[in-house]
Ligand binder design. Structure first.
Ligand SMILES: Nc1ncnc2c1ncn2[C@@H]1O[C@H](COP(=O)(O)OP(=O)(O)OP(=O)(O)O)[C@@H](O)[C@H]1O
Length: 577
């Protein structure tokens, strides 16, 4: 809670102004019933029109002040709450950007989205309410109790007696509400999750005719949300009648005993009874409002905990790598020394005692069955994960000692899953190097064998591609992502099985062009045509490096490699026949 609300600190001044204005508005409001009592008792009942005018004028003046201050206070409250939300979202976004992949694994994508949007919005609303009514409501109740005691202490007891009962009740509501709303927010994660998966996998859903299955999954998640929301709303709806019941009983008691006092002892005036009843009805109104605030606050508590979980994650991961050392990475010589790596949530190592050296400027193909650890090996070069056993050396420096951002700037990476951003083709390539000129963008596209295709698009490099590049074929998208990696002129280029959708000729042209680039290239591939074009091949099997060498050497030395070659040649032979 404290971490979350510490974001209000920069707006201290506006918070104080909003609170002062709110207090002034509150005092003006509290004086109104007292003045009405004066008008009745000293003016109307004494036939003193001048007194009525005087107090009437004061009442009018106070109402105008309350109105004006109310508006200005609202303005400050809106400014503070929106700025707080903005700051909170920025802070969380930055935090998530700095998450290690292990930390990323702790939250689902949809949950992070809900936390950064919906949960922050709940907190934002609560800050606004806090500055406008959340403090005002209890103060108004306390102020009313004080005023009622000033008017008539005996009658005040009937009114004030109800307050502790309601305070205990609202405390219970808040505790229970937090639990119920936490469940609501968690279920909202679930709904977003199902929806996100459905939208991303829409093609798959259609082809597999899984609309009904997906529809059922969504309905189930949505129904869960409805049920949890209803449970929370029942609590909300229960709160209001309880408050009204207790407070109306107290108003009746004031009127009943007030009348008895008036008739029997005459120690109380009509104006005083009207004032106390007025304070009691106002308090009832405020308490009904408080019921809403309490529910809102309990929801904000649930959201604050969720937001805090994100804010408190990963604070220890400041990179301490050496920037000067990382600047010296120019050649791209990569060496793995007895590298053993295990994901935090797996029981056995995914890579075990892997050692090899890729000389600067060489092309290294990585081959192996699915799940052998190829992508994992690649991800250790830009330090997406830190290793605990062994060393990854880059140009002779231990990668752990190098400044992370600087190191990553010298690496080009094309992941297995194609990801294009909304924008033009040029924007997508330039994503790899913001300041790249159009000439550099075109050079990268030429190297990636996609320049001619881009030229034939309706607006060439200015053609807009969708978030997933829907208007491009799989192979075109792959080459566009390769161009994006090439535009930054990397020292080391990591290609994670991203030539799979290319035909043999395009792939051969691409690999030949890449070899000209003189950067160290790691290419995950299943194709013998690609391993043949490489300077050396790493054959991985179940996390272990089974064989290293050129294509010819492996044909000689590795039975597994030979059998892969034979099976691919057989297939090629059959398709030619
Ligand atoms: N983030 C992760 N957390 C836990 N385990 C993981 C993670 N990523 C991969 N693994 C596991 O590590 C092993 C190696 O995965 P990796 O993706 O490196 O294999 P791969 O050889 O690239 O496979 P493919 O060719 O299918 O892409 C697999 O058993 C996989 O289940």
């Amino acid at each position: 809670m404290r971490t979350v609300f510490s974001n209000l600190k920069p707006f201290r001044f506006a918070v104080v102004v909003a609170l002062i204005l709110m207090f002034t508005e509150l005092i003006a409001e509290l004086l109104q019933p007292y003045i009405i009592a004066k008008i009745i008792d000293d003016g109307i009942r004494q036939d003193r029109l001048d007194v009525v005018y005087m107090w009437g004028g004061v009442l009018l003046g106070i109402s105008i002040v309350a109105f004006g201050f109310g508006i200005i206070s609202s303005f400050f409250a809106a400014h503070v709450s929106q700025s707080f939300g903005f700051r909170m979202r920025e802070q969380l976004y930055e935090k998530v950007q700095r998450f290690s992949f292990t930390e990323f694994g702790r939250f689902s994508e949809s949950s992070l989205i809900t936390r950064l949007t919906n949960d922050v919005m709940q907190l934002q609303n609560t800050v606004f309410m806090g500055l406008r009514i959340m403090l005002r409501a209890p103060l108004l109740v306390i102020g009313s109790v004080v005023m009622v005691f000033l008017v008539d202490a005996k009658l005040a007891l009937y009114f004030a007696g109800a307050i502790p009962i309601l305070a205990i009740f609202l405390g219970w509501v808040m505790k229970r509400g937090e639990r119920l709303f936490r469940a609501v927010q968690q279920q909202l994660d679930q709904v977003n999750n199902v929806l996100q998966q459905n939208l991303i996998g829409m093609r798959l859903v259609r082809v597999f005719v899984r609309e009904k299955h997906e529809g059922d999954r969504f309905s189930e998640a949505s129904k869960g949300l409805m049920e949890r929301m209803v449970a929370a709303l029942i609590l909300t709806e229960l709160t209001m009648p309880v408050i009204l019941l207790v407070m109306n009983a107290s108003v009746i008691a004031v009127l009943w005993f007030g009348r008895m006092e008036l008739d029997q002892n005459g120690t109380v005036t009509v104006g005083e009874i009207v004032a106390i009843a007025n304070y009691a009805t106002r308090t009832t109104g405020v308490l009904s409002l408080m019921a809403m605030i309490v529910v809102n606050f309990s929801r904000a508590l649930a959201s604050a905990r969720r937001v805090e979980e994100v804010a408190m994650t990963g604070s220890v991961h400041e990179d301490k790598g050496d920037d000067q050392l990382a600047r010296k990475v120019r050649a791209g010589d990569v060496e793995f020394k007895e590298v053993t790596f295990q994901y935090p949530d797996t029981e056995a190592p995914v890579l075990e005692g892997v050692s090899f050296r890729a000389e600067a400027g060489k092309m290294v193909a990585i081959m192996g069955a699915t799940g052998a650890g190829k992508s994992t090996l690649l991800s250790l070069i830009p330090r997406l994960y830190d290793i605990e056993d062994g060393q990854v050396m880059i140009d002779g420096y231990d990668a752990q000692q190098l400044n992370l951002n600087r190191l990553r700037r010298s690496i080009g990476y094309v992941p297995q899953e194609i990801m294009l951003f909304t924008g033009t083709v040029a924007d997508n390539i330039r994503w790899g190097k913001e300041e790249a000129t159009l000439e550099e963008v075109m050079d990268a596209a030429r190297l990636a064998q996609i320049h001619d295709t881009i030229q034939s698009l309706p607006q060439g490099y200015d053609t807009v591609v969708g978030q997933k590049g829907v208007n491009l074929s799989g192979g075109q998208k792959q080459r566009l992502t390769i161009a994006r990696a090439l535009v930054r002129k990397p020292v080391i280029l990591l290609l994670d099985d991203c030539t799979s959708a290319l035909d043999v000729h395009t792939e051969a042209a691409l690999l030949a062009a890449l070899k000209e680039r003189k950067c160290t290239i790691f290419l995950i591939t299943q194709k013998i045509s690609a391993t043949r074009a490489s300077d050396s091949v790493l054959l991985l099997d179940d996390g272990k490096l089974l064989a290293v060498g050129t294509h010819e050497e492996l044909v000689e030395s590795s039975g597994l490699y030979r059998s892969i070659c034979e099976s691919q040649e057989r297939k090629a032979g059959m398709s030619h026949a």
